[in-house]
Each structure stands twice: as structure tokens, then as C-alpha cells.
Design a binder for this molecule. Structure first.
Ligand SMILES: Cc1ncc(COP(=O)(O)O)c(C=O)c1O
Length: 454
């Protein structure tokens, strides 16, 4: 028997009765948008309203919605072999092919892959692998992970402990021991240099000071997003990552790049550390690998880290696992997505169209409440402040960010904010006319929301 599709009103009622959502509170869920269709950069809701997907949904739908190539790849693989174990002693064709493809397109020193189902699982795997590496090197006390404020690394227990935003911790504390936080390279609000004419790399040097204070023999890894996404699209100064790499090398600390958002073209390079000529020891990825069509993530390991896994005796094996590691259908979709991204040069497009987006948004900088517009490739943010001279934010009770998002929504643009920092990261394929419309809605929405609080 086929059940009739409930009406939008019935759907909302059933949702409220049965569904718990990420970051949930019922007060924020009184009138949820129920998405029913996605094509390119456009989402349609159950009532027929259309929205430009200004955040590629959750920074993941890089190639756009509704790509038939991905549906066909999934269907073909599901007909052949939807799932099989990928545990030691077994393998499948899409996982092998995708691992080889990733080795080809990622940093030259990363040539091996462990697959997960998403970003938090990837970071958990990265932390465990960093600890494993040092144990294999007879340095079993190197266990600490240094992360940064404003970081978002997911919200499973260890990933949450690396995530540097207090609201994610409040009702779940205490955090795991051996996770520490240092300052982010947040030039606009930096405690070291926001009142200086130039960045003085105080935040990078804090990494060195922290390693020295904790003792280099206790620190396993430093984790950083190349551009901090959910924390407010924080783009680092030019010298930041070269200095981080230097410090990690000097103190024998593994550098984990969390490229869950920045990977697969988002910043106008296939992987973002390429902007600064730096290579990580471990890279976490997820999201854009399938453009969100199926859940898939993973870590890529430098040859040195892979070697440690290959060289330990069986009794010390890398005893880490997920049922869905190397899932054949997810990997087949990952392969099809990479084919599509490479075939359409979506990475190059992100660089060009992203620059146009940033230029268009930068025209808002004359507005009395627009403190900064920043971005890199197809990821940008607008930071709203009460006072531009002091960079003082609005009182939290004003809820300006929420008001802006609401104004966007009324005009047909979906995105998210961190406080009063509004993020934009549309699909890399967004057509020019939709990009123009996105910029226009952003201008109008910011004007309307700020006028309502003055
Ligand atoms: C940089 C980064 N790392 C990790 C994650 C966690 O990914 P997931 O939600 O798939 O666990 C996210 C999610 O937004 C992210 O932005």
C-alpha cells in the first residue's frame, strides 16, 4: 500500500512529534522549511517556494543539487553491490578506485585513505591515528591535541572537545582531557593584532608557546581548518600556515588539516592549504566529496604516517573501524562526483565566481554596521557590528544575525549565521544570474534587518 503524502501542515506536526534535529530547540522549529526538491543552486519547499542555496546546504553540495550523474552512479552500484565489508582481508572496486583518485588529486605527500561516513568520524580517526603514530614511534605520551577558538570539528565526544565554541559544550561538558585551545587567526577580532596595522603572527606563535608549556613530549597533533567555516569564515593571514608548519616540524607535532569544508574546490583550489604552499600530515575530508548526495568522509595520511601503520607488528595493529568505511555505493558516488567536478572545472569556476561574489559583497562595507566582508573562493562572510570604530558587536539579545537570515529567507535565499557573522558558500556551479540575485538579496536583507534594530 502506498501512503498518501501528508500535507505541509501534517508534515510539520509529525516532525514536531517524532523528529529531533541537529542543534535542536522547539522554539526555533515552529515553522520549519520542508525542502522537497533541489536543482542546481535552487531548493524548493513543500509549499512551492524557491530559495537560492546560499550555503550549498551545509557547505557540502559543491556540484549543485539534483545531478543525474550521481543518482545513476548510486543506482548502478546498488544493483551490482550496494554494500560489502571493507574490513582487513576484504575490499571493493569503488573504494579502491576512489582512494587512488584521491591520492592523485590531493597534496603530493598524501597517498593513502581511510574512509568514514562524515566529518566528525574523520576527525576522530585523525586524532586516534595521531596517537597511534606516536605510540608506534615509542613516544606513547604524545597524546594531546591542540585546536583553536572558533574551530568547528564536529560534535562527537572528541571532535566536540576540539571544537572551539562554548555553546556546543555547555550541556555536554566536561570535555575530554588532553584537548587544548589556542587563538584563531581572526584578524578582525584578534587579541594580538586587531589594533595593529599588520598581523604579527601572535596566534601562530601561541602554538609554539603552548607546545613548550605543555611539553613537546605530550603533544600529538595540532588541528586546524584552513579557512574556519562555521566559526565565521575566518581566512588566515598569508604567513600563518607556513609558520604553523614550521612549528609543527620543529616540535614533532603532527599537523591535521580539517578540510571538511575547504576540500573539493570550495576555496578555488582543490584543497585549501595549496593557497599557502603547505602540506599536512593528516587531512580530514567529507561533505564535498559526494556533493552531499551520500554520506562519505575520510582521512588521508602522509606517507610517513601510512608507513607507521604498515610497519607495526600485528599485535599493535591500527585497531580502528567503521562498518561503513569504504562503502561501495558512497564511494561510487564520490568517484562520479569527482569526475563531474573535474570535467566541469568547478574548482576553477569557484575561484573566478567566488571573486565576483566577494566583490559584490564588499560593496556593503560602506554600510554603518558592516564591519568586515571576507572570503576566499566560494566561501565568504559578512561580520555585522554595532560600532565600526570599536568593532563592538550588537548585544546578543538583538539577534541581528537571525533577523538577517529571516530577511534573506523572505526574499528567497537560504543560509546560516554564527551570531552576527553571516556566511555565504553557494554551490560552485551557481549560474551568473543567480549569483547576481544572491548579492542583491544580501544587500537588501542586511539593509532591512539593520534598519529594524536602529
Ligand atoms: C570543518 C568541519 N569539520 C568537521 C565537521 C563535522 O562534520 P559532520 O557534521 O559530517 O560530522 C564540519 C561540519 O560542518 C566542519 O565544518
Amino acid at each position: 500500500m502506498v501512503l498518501a503524502t501528508p500535507s505541509p501542515t501534517e508534515l510539520v506536526q509529525q516532525d514536531r512529534e517524532h523528529l529531533i534535529h541537529p542543534l535542536y530547540h522547539p522554539d526555533d522549529h515552529e515553522a520549519p522549511i520542508i525542502f522537497v526538491k533541489g536543482r542546481g543552486a535552487i531548493l524548493t519547499d513543500a509549499e512551492g517556494h524557491e530559495y537560492i542555496d546560499g550555503l550549498s546546504s551545509l557547505w557540502n553540495v559543491n556540484a549543485g543539487h539534483g545531478r543525474p550523474e550521481l543518482a545513476e552512479a548510486a543506482a548502478a552500484q546498488m544493483h551490482e553491490l550496494a554494500y560489502a565489508s571493507n574490513y582487513t582481508g576484504f575490499a571493493n572496486v569503488p573504494a579502491i578506485k576512489l582512494a587512488a583518485k584521491l591520492a592523485e588529486i590531493s597534496y603530493p605527500n598524501l597517498n593513502s585513505v581511510y574512509f568514514t561516513s562524515g566529518g566528525a568520524e574523520s576527525n576522530e580517526s585523525a586524532f586516534k591515528t595521531a596517537r597511534f603514530f606516536w605510540k608506534a614511534k615509542d613516544k606513547p605520551d604524545k597524546v594531546k591535541v591542540i585546536a583553536r577558538t572558533w574551530a568547528y570539528h564536529g560534535v562527537s565526544m572528541a571532535a566536540m572537545s576540539a571544537t572551539g565554541m562554548a555553546p556546543y559544550h555547555k550541556m555536554f561538558a566536561p570535555l575530554m582531557p588532553n584537548f587544548l585551545q589556542i587563538a584563531a587567526p581572526y584578524r578582525y577580532q584578534c587579541k594580538y593584532c586587531s589594533d595593529q596595522p599588520d598581523c604579527n603572527l601572535g596566534c601562530a606563535n601561541e602554538l609554539e608557546q603552548t607546545i613548550e608549556r605543555e611539553g613537546p613530549d605530550s603533544v600529538a597533533a595540532f588541528i586546524a581548518e584552513p579557512v574556519q567555516g562555521a566559526g565565521g569564515v575566518i581566512v588566515p593571514p598569508q604567513q600563518y600556515f607556513p609558520r604553523v608548519r614550521e612549528i609543527c616540524d620543529q616540535y614533532e607535532v603532527l599537523f591535521i588539516a580539517d578540510e571538511v569544508i575547504t576540500g573539493f574546490g570550495r576555496t578555488g583550489k582543490m584543497f585549501a592549504l595549496d593557497h599557502w604552499g603547505v602540506q599536512p600530515d593528516i587531512m580530514s575530508f567529507a561533505k564535498g566529496i559526494t556533493s552531499g548526495a551520500l554520506p562519505l568522509g575520510g582521512i588521508m595520511l602522509s606517507d610517513r604516517v601510512q608507513r607507521a601503520i604498515l610497519d607495526v607488528p600485528p599485535a599493535n595493529r591500527w585497531m580502528h573501524a567503521y562498518t561503513y568505511s569504504g562503502h561501495p555505493t558512497c564511494c561510487a558516488v564520490g568517484l562520479a562526483n569527482l569526475d563531474l567536478m573535474l570535467g566541469e572545472n568547478l574548482v576553477g569556476r569557484a575561484a573566478v565566481v567566488g571573486e565576483r561574489m566577494l566583490e559584490g559583497l564588499k560593496q556593503l562595507e560602506d554600510h554603518p554596521n558592516v564591519g568586515e566582508v571576507r572570503g576566499l573562493g566560494m566561501i565568504a562572510a559578512i561580520e555585522l557590528v554595532a560600532d565600526k570604530a570599536s568593532r563592538k558587536p550588537f548585544d546578543a539579545s538583538v539577534n541581528l544575525g537571525t533577523r538577517v537570515i529571516d530577511q534573506f529567507r523572505r526574499r528567497g535565499l537560504y543560509t546560516r549565521a554564527r551570531g552576527d557573522v553571516i556566511a555565504l558558500a553557494p554551490p560552485l556551479m551557481i549560474p551568473d544570474d543567480q549569483m547576481d540575485r544572491l548579492i542583491k538579496i544580501v544587500h537588501e536583507g542586511v539593509q532591512a534587518a539593520t534598519a529594524s534594530v536602529r
